[in-house]
Design a protein around this ligand. Structure first.
Ligand SMILES: [Zn+2]
Length: 436
C-alpha cells in the first residue's frame, strides 16, 4: 500500500514498534541477522493490517438477536430495549469478543462507537487483546450531562495510551438524535479535549453516522423542527461541524450537493456495504465520491447489522456491489478496494502517518496470509486474490504495534475459549435481566 508497490521475495525489518526497512530478503537477511527474531513467511503474503472504520464492538453480544427488520423498528423495538440492560462488564466482554474476531480476521485497527463506562469498557478490551483502536463515546441530546463527563473521562484515561495503541473519538450519534445546538457544542468539546489531550499527530476525531437512510431529513424535522433546504451534509456544514477529522459512517442518502460539501470540508467516509444491504438502507454512491477525491474507507458496522467483523467479506462485497448497481465492472478495482481497507482507512482515522502501509518509520501493524490454499492458486496477481478470493481464516499471523498478537492462528494475548464462554454467560444474564 506504499505506492501500491509489491516486493516479491521480500522482507520487513521491525525494531520495537516500528518498521525500519523493507526490501529483498537476501539484503535484509544480512543486515538484520543476529539478535532479531525471524518469522518465515515463505509463500505467504505480508500486507498492512486491515482497518475497520465503523464498528460498535460491544454489540457482538447481540449478534443474531434481531435480524430482518427495517432500521427504525430494529433499533427502537429490539436493539435499544435490550441494550439498556448491558452492564459495563457486558460491554467489555462484547468488545473483547469483537477484538478477538477482528484480529483473527486480519484487522489490526477498529474504529468503534459505543457507550463509555468507567472501569470495564471497550478501550480496556482492545488494550487487553492488543488491538489498535479508536474508542468513541456515543452522544445523544437526551443525556448531555452524562456524555460530557464520559467524554472527559474517556479522553483523559485512554487517548494515546498503551504505547499509542488506543485513541479516542467524540461520537454524536446522528443528525436526528443530536440537536443542532448540541452538535455545535460537541465540536467545541472536541476542540477543548484536543487542546488538553490531543496533538496534530494524535488528534481526537469525530465519528458520526450521517445519511444512513433516505428519510433522515424527515427524522431531523420531526425531532428538532428543522427543515432541511439541501442535504444532510449541507445542514451539518451550516452548523460548522464538518472538517477533515470527521469520519462519517454510511453516507448512503447523499445528494450531489452533499458530495460537494464533503469534498470541500474533507469529510472522510466509512462505507459499510454489508450493513447497508442487510438493513436495506440503500447504496452509498462510492464511485461518485472517489471521482471527487473523497477518502472512502471500509467498515463492517456493528455485529448485529452485519453480522461479522470480517473485512475480507466487506472488501469483496464493496467491489461487487458497485460493479453490479452501476453495471460497470471497471468501478472499484481490486487495487482501490485494498487501499480503502488499509491506507484510506488510516487516512479516515487521521492516523495515516503511523499506520495503513508497510513503510519504514510507520508502526508495525501487519498480517501474514497463507497462500498455500486451493482458492489462492494459481497466483497471477496477489491483489486480486486478496480482494476476491482470500478469506479471513487465511490470516495466519498478526502483528500490531510490533507485537505478535496471533501466530499460526493462536492468539497470544487472550484465551479465546475463555472469551467465548464469557460471551455466552453475558448473553444468558442479559436475557434474564430483559425478561424480569
Ligand atoms: Zn453504526
Amino acid at each position: 500500500m506504499h505506492k501500491r508497490k509489491i516486493i516479491r521475495q521480500g522482507a520487513v525489518a521491525i525494531e520495537g514498534k516500528t518498521i525500519v526497512e523493507t526490501g529483498k530478503t537476501r539484503d535484509l537477511k544480512r543486515k538484520y541477522g543476529r539478535g532479531y527474531e525471524r518469522i518465515d513467511a515463505k509463500e505467504k503474503v505480508v500486507m498492512p493490517g486491515l482497518i475497520n472504520t465503523h464498528q460498535h464492538a460491544a454489540m457482538s453480544l447481540l449478534r443474531g438477536y434481531a435480524d430482518d427488520l427495517p432500521l427504525r423498528e430494529w433499533l427502537e423495538k429490539r436493539i435499544w430495549p435490550i441494550e439498556k440492560h448491558m452492564t459495563p462488564h457486558d460491554i467489555y466482554v462484547g468488545a473483547l469478543l469483537t477484538a478477538v474476531e477482528s484480529i483473527m480476521g486480519g484487522t489490526t485497527t477498529v474504529n468503534t462507537m459505543y457507550h463509555y463506562t468507567p472501569g470495564e469498557n471497550e478501550a480496556k478490551a482492545f488494550a487487553d487483546a492488543g488491538l489498535r483502536g479508536v474508542i468513541g463515546h456515543v452522544c445523544f441530546s437526551w443525556r448531555k450531562k452524562e456524555d460530557k463527563k464520559a467524554l472527559v473521562n474517556l479522553a483523559g484515561e485512554w487517548h494515546n495510551k498503551k504505547e499509542g495503541l488506543i485513541r479516542v473519538s467524540i461520537c454524536p450519534h446522528a443528525p436526528y438524535t443530536v440537536d443542532p445546538e448540541y452538535m455545535k457544542e460537541l465540536k467545541e468539546t472536541r476542540i477543548e479535549l484536543n487542546r488538553e489531550y490531543g496533538s496534530e499527530m494524535t488528534p481526537i476525531i469525530c465519528h458520526i453516522h450521517i445519511a444512513e437512510t433516505a428519510d433522515e431529513p424527515e427524522k431531523i424535522r420531526e425531532a428538532f423542527n428543522v427543515q432541511l433546504k439541501n442535504g444532510v451534509m449541507a445542514y451539518l456544514d451550516s452548523l460548522d461541524v464538518l472538517d477533515e477529522h470527521v469520519v462519517a459512517a454510511h453516507c448512503v442518502a447523499v445528494t450531489e450537493k452533499d458530495i460537494a460539501v464533503m469534498r470541500k470540508r474533507k469529510v472522510k467516509v466509512s462505507h459499510n456495504p454489508v450493513s447497508n444491504l442487510k438493513l436495506a438502507s440503500g447504496i452509498t454512491p462510492v464511485p461518485e465520491m472517489l471521482e471527487e477525491d473523497i477518502t472512502v474507507s471500509l467498515g463492517t458496522d456493528g455485529p448485529c447489522s452485519n453480522n461479522t467483523a470480517d473485512m475480507f467479506e466487506t472488501m469483496k462485497t464493496a467491489a461487487l456491489l458497485h460493479k453490479g448497481v452501476n453495471r460497470n465492472p471497471t468501478v472499484l478495482p481490486a487495487e482501490k478496494v485494498l487501499e480503502m481497507a488499509t491506507i484510506d482507512g488510516a487516512k479516515a482515522l487521521s492516523w495515516d502517518r503511523e499506520i495503513g502501509s508497510i513503510e519504514p518509520g510507520k508502526r508495525a501493524d501487519l498480517i501474514i496470509i497463507n497462500f498455500k490454499k486451493p482458492h489462492l492458486h494459481p497466483l497471477y496477481n496477489e491483489t486480486s486474490h486478496l480482494v476476491y478470493a482470500a478469506k479471513a481464516s487465511d490470516v495466519e499471523t498478526v502483528i500490531i504495534n510490533g507485537k505478535i498478537v496471533m501466530e499460526n492462528r493462536q492468539l497470544k494475548t487472550v484465551n479465546v475459549e475463555k472469551v467465548l464462554d464469557m460471551s455466552e454467560k453475558s448473553k444468558n444474564t442479559l436475557l434474564e435481566r430483559l425478561n424480569t
